[in-house]
Write a protein that binds this ligand. Structure first.
Ligand code: HPA
Length: 266
């Protein structure tokens, strides 16, 4: 990552807008584990390119995560960027790399960001396949994308207005607190119990650092988690990445309707 990650994001945004002949982009979606099937109903596809074609982006390394940037015109007539994959903090490429997509989106004019992920669930009432709106988060990575005295307010980091809008698409969507661990190992049962004691409902390995960068840039964030498995110790069986992908495949049609509906109202 360059010395000035903000300048690199501006460069990537300029290249993106030039490549697709756009003046600006209004919305961005980041698809997490299990969400790739949800990509296809967001609107009319205006174009796509490998993310790695744009300045500062690295090819994704995680099975089940795509590496494409798609530009879509939503039913509401907005221009949206769809990132079919993300860089995770556990990849060891540094926190600036993790949030480069968010900063690029912001530099391209985006004002509303939808972050999705696959996660472990603590609430036994949320079986695998349940989509949950993120109400708040706890960042246990001990990292932040911010450097220096950048005192960003994190109250309502996940915009209540956007959560209300999401419930116009699906009134049954529950809300929860997402706890990000460093990963890539899944949590121990004791860590999952700790997350619960701290007020967490969901455990995962993404999203919070991106939300911090988004709030710094002034974006409104909607976070949606897919419970792909019951978290360690709550699940009676050991966890596997394959199970995470399988839950995504099964939930695909519902996620597609949810994300398509969101694209229509955001
Ligand atoms: N823990 C952390 N990350 C995850 C999980 C989990 O149980 N499931 C999918 N991503």
């Amino acid at each position: 990552m360059a010395d000035d990650p903000y300048a690199l994001a501006r460069e990537a945004a300029a290249e993106l807008l030039r490549r697709f002949d756009l003046e600006s982009i209004e919305l961005a979606f980041v698809l997490g584990s299990g969400w790739s099937a949800a990509a296809d109903d967001l609107g009319e596809v205006l174009g796509s390119c490998p993310l790695a074609d744009l300045p500062g982006f690295a090819a994704p390394t995680v099975v089940g995560h795509g590496g494409e940037l798609r530009i879509v015109r939503t039913a509401a007539g907005k221009t949206a960027a769809l990132f079919t994959g993300r860089t995770h903090y556990y990849e060891g490429r540094g926190v600036a790399q993790v949030v480069h997509g968010v900063r690029t989106a912001a530099a391209a004019g985006v004002s509303t960001l939808v972050l999705t992920n696959g996660c472990g669930g603590l609430n036994p009432a949320w079986p695998p396949g349940t989509a949950v709106l993120i109400r708040d988060h706890i960042n246990l990575t001990a990292a932040t994308p911010l450097v220096g005295p950048t005192f960003i307010d994190m109250t309502d980091a996940y915009a209540p207005r956007l959560r209300d809008l999401a419930r116009t698409v699906d009134p049954t969507l529950p809300e929860g607190v997402y706890v990000q661990f460093h990963g890539p190992n899944f949590e121990t049962p004791a860590e999952v119990r700790m997350a619960g004691v701290l007020g967490g409902d969901l455990v995962g390995m993404s999203t919070t650092l991106e939300t911090i960068a988004a709030r710094e840039a002034g974006l409104d964030v909607l976070g949606v988690s897919l419970v792909t498995n019951q978290a360690a110790g709550i699940s009676p069986t050991p966890l596997h990445h394959e199970e995470v992908l399988e839950a995504g495949r099964e939930a695909g049609p519902r996620l597609r309707v949810l994300l398509g509906g969101l694209a229509g109202v955001l």
